[in-house]
Design a binder for this molecule. Sequence first.
Ligand code: FES
Length: 89
Amino acid sequence: MSKSQTYEIISLCKGMSCTLNGSEEVHDELELEIEKRALSDKIEIVESCCKGMCEEGPNATLLISGEQKNGIEVDKVKKIIDEIENCLF
Ligand code: FES
């Protein structure tokens, strides 16, 4: 994956099903990881309503790259931020 963007927006689902499946915990972990890496000016988290794929949640869309992330668990957050960070220049 090459460096091709300056910014990313993570649109994290806060619909009922994703919330029940842990999107709040995922949100907290994303914030922590972004802060730890001093990426707050490069990665933004926004909340979305249901994305219509509840059975795969918690779900997030990377709005700039267009990537979809499903079944996000807290222990997958570092890998997601790694992927985003690798694309930033
Ligand atoms: S509640 Fe998240 S996709 Fe439906």
